[in-house]
Write a new protein. Structure first.
Length: 503
């Protein structure tokens, strides 16, 4: 009688081993945290590459989003755990002593010891599998049977499998697949955060560069204004100029000094903004010299940039992954419309002996088996049908949202490409304007030195030259920002700075 037990054990082993392989952790690689407790050191020459590298490990927004990636990976494990076997063990003892009025030596007394070991497993087909072993010992006093104490053992294997509602591997693995898509969405959100951080560092770096160069221009403006005041003071003493000329020159110096103070404040604010993006919390580091990156005249193409944006940018990928999640929800909702129809079956064997060893080793001369069907039909199935229609609406709505995201991407890329092309033309035009303003100032100053122009005209010419220089600086920064924005949409800034992220 040992063969049925062996067959049952082999059947249990085969069913359990037929379950799909489950990954303990979903692989995900993200940048490690930096030493944020230490202050940022930017005292040396500050390159844009170095700033991006430090911000990648220290920026607070990046670090916060990193935890979402970890949480999404754990969500996959949580869903996979629903198909892990559950081991249960129960043991107990029951003692019964009957009340009696007779004065007999032996009072009716019964004791029963039980132990049960059960393994429950949920299958990816939607079914449940239960395998169990039960041990029983009974001691009766006075003894009424041939065996006292008596020992019994039993093993059983039962299966319940849905055929309609809740059936199918696609239905039961939908939650796992949805969680895996959630990991992908979390990685895309992390990618978007990193791209946004890189763009923020680039723009802050360029703005600080502009503010410092603007400060230098203003220093030159103040130097020229002071030089004009010194010359006018001397010429007034010789009777060539009047007090009005000196007062105009003094007003020019005062205006230049006031503007220089404001530009210095802007430089300090720009340095703090850069340190903030790099995750600095002490703001004690001096920011060293920075230079304009080489730009040239970039060759831009809408078709190339749009393809890169579709392939590398996170926006469309997020919309597409969300569509996949809603499709999984619709699949489950569609299957939930079906009535519940379950098939169940089981088999068990038992033994009865005078010793515990004999009850375990046999003979196993008792057996039982069960088989049946269970049907449950909610009246009308109206609620489940409504839920299915809602799920379909969500799928269709998200598909429209995907088309809208694609349209928005087209508009953004077109504007970004146009911004780069316009920036190139603006740099070229502003440089030409600076050359004209410089020439005009030199001619006006020469006329003033020859007594053919007033100091007021010289001041006006100085202001015009300062405006032209600042406009040229702004045009260069605008071009750099336009290129950075295009790289942001393309997702190519990650390759530029050698940043590798999970997909």
């Amino acid at each position: 009688m040992h063969r049925p037990i062996v067959r049952a054990a082999l059947g249990l082993f085969c069913i359990l081993s037929a379950r799909p392989v489950r990954a303990a952790d979903y692989p995900s690689t993200v940048p490690a945290f930096g030493e944020t407790a230490k202050p940022v050191d930017l005292s040396g020459a500050v390159s844009l590459q170095d700033c991006v590298g430090q911000a990648l490990g220290r920026n607070f927004a990046v670090r916060i989003q990193q935890f979402s990636v970890f949480e999404a990976a754990d969500a996959v494990t949580v869903q996979q755990a629903a198909f892990e076997p559950v081991l249960e063990f129960n043991a107990g003892r029951q003692v019964t002593q009957q009340a009696t009025t007779e004065t007999v030596f032996t009072v009716p007394y019964t004791s029963a010891d039980t132990a049960a070991l059960t393994v429950n497993d949920t299958l990816v087909t939607g079914g449940t599998l239960t395998a169990g072993y039960n041990f029983y010992r009974q001691d009766i006093n006075p003894s009424y049977g041939s065996l006292n104490p008596a020992y019994a053992s039993s093993v059983s294997l039962t299966v319940v499998q849905p055929l309609l509602h809740g059936a199918g591997t696609d239905y039961n693995k939908a939650a796992i697949e949805r969680a895996r898509i959630g990991v992908r969405l979390s990685n895309l959100a992390f990618k978007s955060t990193v791209l946004t951080m890189v763009l923020g560092v680039e723009n802050t770096y360029f703005n600080l560069l502009y503010q410092r160069e603007q400060y230098k221009v203003q220093e030159e403006e103040l130097r020229q204004a002071q030089q004009l005041l010194d010359e006018n003071t001397i010429r007034r003493q010789t009777g060539v100029l009047t007090d009005l000329d000196v007062m105009n020159a003094k007003a020019g110096v005062a205006a230049a000094q006031n503007q220089l103070i404001l530009y210095k404040q802007a430089v300090q604010n720009g340095e703090d903004s850069l340190l903030q993006l790099l995750g600095d919390r002490q703001f004690t580091s001096a920011v060293g010299p920075i230079d304009f990156p080489a730009v040239g005249e970039p060759d831009v193409s809408f078709d190339r940039s749009y393809k890169l944006a579709r392939d590398n940018g996170p926006d469309l990928a997020v919309a597409l992954a969300t569509v996949e999640q809603y499709k999984l929800d619709a699949l489950k909702a569609k299957r939930d419309v079906l009535p519940v129809l379950n098939v169940n079956g089981g088999v068990g064997y038992s033994s009865y002996a005078s010793t515990a060893n004999e009850s375990v080793t046999g003979p196993w001369n008792g057996y039982n088996w069960t088989a049946g069907l269970m049907l449950s039909v909610p009246w009308g199935l109206k609620a489940n049908r409504a839920l299915y229609h809602q799920a379909l609406s969500q799928v269709r709505s998200q598909q429209v949202a995907y088309d809208q995201a694609d349209q928005n991407l087209v508009v953004k890329v077109r504007a970004a490409v146009r911004g780069v092309a316009t920036g190139v033309e603006n740099v070229r035009s502003s440089a030409e304007n600076t050359r004209f303003a410089t020439k005009a100032y030199e001619l006006t100053k020469a006329q003033f030195d020859a007594g053919l122009a007033t100091s007021y005209l010289v001041l006006q010419s100085q202001n015009t030259l300062e405006t032209a220089r600042v406009s040229e600086l702004q045009a260069k920064v605008n071009l750099l920002s336009a290129i950075a924005n295009l790289r942001f949409l393309e997702g190519s800034s990650l390759q530029l700075y050698h940043i590798s992220l999970p997909e």
